[in-house]
Design a protein around this ligand. Structure first.
Ligand code: ADP
Ligand code: UDP
Length: 240
């Protein structure tokens, strides 16, 4: 059923699906990269963990009435999704200050943003994904003014759902990155992944970092941390 390779990125391979031109298979790799590919490593089992975590998160969002590209998980490392044309924007939502915003604006780590912030970055590796404003997004992509508003509102709605989901697992959602794409009919839907590679998650009790910062900052064993996130999500969804 899996067809030829369409694209290989830093964390996933994307395949066509035979006889299903509007679907793709996302195959999660064991590679970890940070600082726009400048730091690299491989972790046995990471692809499986990110695939299973992302699948749980997208299933939860579906239960909350949010449509996305996600169709189903196929096996340990692969999932079936609707094919989209990705809008080259990285949409970041921040509840708590961490990462680039602390360096760019001198805001102390752990400061709370209420209401949460929504930021756009231009998804262009050669430019190191620069931060942009709404006017830049209108100029650089095919999104319309009202679609910018839709993307922001949807990102904030997703934030509320994800905060709840992770809170039930004893995790604080600090920030995360989303990507949106257009289906064949032009509709904009949530795409890509939502995993500890794309979210910052802190243990609610200890404050321990339980996401890709473990790799970025050499804090410990990435796989056991991601395994722990999956276990917490499984316990939480099984209990219902
Ligand atoms: P990167 O391209 O940043 O290295 P990945 O390794 O995660 O990232 O590659 C996956 C690629 O697949 C990304 O470019 C992402 O935008 C794209 N993608 C994710 N979901 C879809 C989808 N539903 N349709 C088309 N492309 C998608
Ligand atoms: N993020 C991501 N992909 C990127 C850039 C950021 O998934 O290319 C996520 C990152 O994991 C974090 C959030 O977006 O959860 C905000 O990232 P930030 O701007 O702080 O950048 P960082 O300092 O993590 O590089």
């Amino acid at each position: 059923m899996k067809g030829s390779l369409l694209y290989e990125g830093k964390a996933k391979k994307v395949y066509y699906v035979e006889n299903e031109p509007e679907q793709l298979v996302l195959s999660y790799k064991n590679d970890a990269t940070a600082f726009n590919g400048k730091k690299k490593d491989q972790f046995e089992g990471k692809g499986r963990l990110n695939n299973l975590i992302t699948s749980k998160v997208f299933e939860y969002l579906k239960q909350q009435g949010l449509s996305s590209h996600f169709i189903k998980s196929l096996n340990d490392t692969e999932q079936l999704v609707s094919k989209t044309t990705i809008i080259p924007l990285e949409v970041v939502v921040r509840n708590v200050a961490a990462g680039s915003i602390t360096r760019r604006l001198g805001i102390k780590e752990k400061e709370i943003f209420s209401p949460p912030l929504v930021e756009f970055y231009y998804k262009e590796d050669e430019l190191d994904d620069p931060i942009i404003n709404d006017q830049h997004a209108l100029y650089l992509t095919d999104v319309k003014e009202e679609e910018i508003q839709f993307i922001k509102e949807t990102a904030l709605k997703i934030n509320e759902h994800l905060k709840d989901l992770f809170k039930q697992s004893g995790l604080k959602l600090v920030d995360f990155k989303l990507e949106f794409g257009r289906l064949a009919d032009g509709t904009i839907v949530l795409a890509d992944e939502i995993s500890p590679d794309t979210c910052r998650l802190w243990d609610e009790n200890t404050g321990e970092k339980m996401d890709k910062d473990v790799f970025r900052e050499n804090l410990g064993d990435l796989i056991s941390v991601y395994e722990n996130i999956l276990q917490r999500l499984e316990e939480n969804t099984c209990a219902k």
